[in-house]
Design a binder for this molecule. Structure first.
Ligand SMILES: [Zn+2]
Length: 99
């Protein structure tokens, strides 16, 4: 089997791993397994990496590993996340000033 060249994210240049979902779509995941991941990946008989969402009916199998979809960790896509800590600090200040 010839190893494929390592894939990288076009946005942040980090290494990614291409998988094929059960719907036949391509999904990029982080190359290393993550315990908080929500995507189960495994190699099928042809050597292709497949991915799926584990469910209560079909939980994680012994030959599957949990990975995070790269879109969840990509630093190039994290810029619009709300900053919860700042909001909480403002609430605290307003409460103290109220007589
Ligand atoms: Zn990325």
């Amino acid at each position: 089997m010839t190893p494929r060249p390592p894939a990288t994210c076009p946005d942040c240049r980090r290494p990614i791993r291409w998988t094929t979902t059960e719907a036949g779509k391509h999904l990029a995941v982080d190359p290393d397994p993550h315990p908080d991941g929500n995507t189960a990946i495994w190699r099928d008989g042809t050597g292709a990496t497949r991915s799926r969402r584990p469910t209560t009916e079909l939980p994680l199998c012994g030959w599957e590993r949990l990975h995070k979809p790269h879109i969840a960790t990509c630093p190039a896509r994290q810029t619009h996340l709300p900053l919860h800590g700042v909001t909480r600090l403002d609430d605290h200040r307003n409460r103290k000033r109220t007589p």
